[in-house]
Design a protein around this ligand. Structure first.
Ligand SMILES: Nc1ncnc2c1ncn2[C@@H]1O[C@H](COP(=O)(O)OP(=O)(O)OP(=O)(O)O)[C@@H](O)[C@H]1O
Ligand code: SF4
Ligand SMILES: [Mg+2]
Length: 324
């Protein structure tokens, strides 16, 4: 077993300068001291409300955005210290799947050419290219004769299949999917999730999946990370996080899932107000203005991540009192 994780992050910080008319630029903190790892063969879920920093994290982990501080490590080496050839290899081996695959496809390129591009660039002999295209299209359930068509001739679900096929054509070892099904009809979502899970087995992938949908993450992930306002507040094995969460924010997200056994309250009853702006993150525990369990300490002191069970950690002063 590999002791060094395939991909990890240490103390990531990412800010954006935002300026509105007539005001001087302000600093928005999208990621704050984020550390995590993705093990070989693992499926890791990232959840949290809109604006919590999930997409920023996904892009930083994929090397598409540089952090202000902290490092992403590929097999133990910071991306910034990789040799040029290893950097190229990392870029090829780490592929992203986006919510809207249409935006990453060239509308004037036939989908067969789009899907083939990564292995052609990687130098695959021309004699093997057609067979590889057919193999990948079959794997994602795209009929071979659709290779001649253009992206705008496909449905949303089919476009996502094309996006996955294009990612697979680079022979990746890591797939980072940012809300891969949230723009699709419910009936299509399960098909795409099943394809991703089958791909993971057939192509021996490790995956990071960002989703608002905790039920999907529970179904497909080994571990789940819960983010709140740019920070990780809880992480743990998927089943355990659901059965015995350790943070009031996770508790509220789970309790508010419609139709889940035992869910009795709406999200608005469990979470006071809306997510505060990332321009002014609350002092102390960043969740305290919305937390029903906040005590004085929470307003002054930021809780550290504490491991309560193997691989299951949470950042809450009251975790032991609230959750045993
Ligand atoms: N390029 C940017 N410039 C300025 N602010 C940004 C930029 N990208 C993200 N942000 C801000 O960073 C914070 C985190 O954004 P991010 O897109 O990572 O959140 P998210 O969890 O993916 O949200 P969603 O679920 O809506 O996709 C938000 O406050 C967002 O407005
Ligand atoms: S530290 Fe306090 S405010 Fe933060 S989640 Fe725990 S109880 Fe709530
Ligand atoms: Mg996002």
């Amino acid at each position: 077993m590999n002791k060094v994780p395939l991909l990890s992050a240490v103390n990531l910080r990412k800010t954006f300068k935002v300026s509105s008319q007539g005001r001087s630029a302000r600093i928005l903190t999208a990621l704050d001291a984020v550390s995590l790892h993705l093990s070989y063969g693992e499926t890791l879920g990232i959840a949290g409300e809109s604006g919590c920093g999930k997409s920023t994290l996904a892009k930083v982990m994929a090397g598409l955005l540089s952090p202000d501080a902290g490092s992403v490590l590929y097999k133990g080496t910071p991306l910034s210290q990789l040799e040029a050839s290893d950097k190229t290899s990392f870029r090829r081996k780490t592929q992203m799947i986006f919510q809207d695959p249409f935006s990453s496809l060239n509308p004037r390129m036939r989908v067969g050419d789009s899907i083939s591009e990564p292995f052609i660039i990687a130098g695959m002999p021309a004699s093997n290219q057609r067979a590889e295209l057919v193999r990948i299209m079959a794997a994602v359930g795209l009929p071979e004769d659709t290779a001649q068509r253009f992206p705008d001739e496909f449905s949303g679900g089919q476009r996502q299949r094309i996006g996955i096929a294009r990612a697979l054509a680079a022979s990746p070892e890591i797939l980072i999917a940012d809300e891969p099904v949230s723009s699709l009809d419910i009936s299509i979502q399960a098909q795409i999730i099943n394809i991703l899970m089958q791909m993971k087995i057939d192509f021996t992938l490790s995956m990071m999946i960002v989703s608002h949908n905790l039920l999907i993450l529970r179904h497909i992930c080994d571990r789940i990370i819960i983010m709140y306002l740019g920070a990780i507040v809880e992480s743990g094995p998927a089943a355990e996080l659901f059965n015995r969460c350790r943070h009031p924010y996770t508790d509220a997200l789970i309790a508010a899932i419609p139709g889940l056994q035992g869910s009795t309250a709406s999200k608005s009853e469990l979470l006071r107000d809306d997510l505060p702006s990332a321009l002014s993150i609350p002092a102390g525990c960043r969740f305290h203005p919305r937390c029903r369990h906040a005590v004085d300490l929470c307003r002054h002191e930021a809780p550290q991540m504490i491991e309560y069970a193997s691989g299951h950690a949470a950042a809450c002063h009251m975790s032991a009192t609230l959750f045993g």
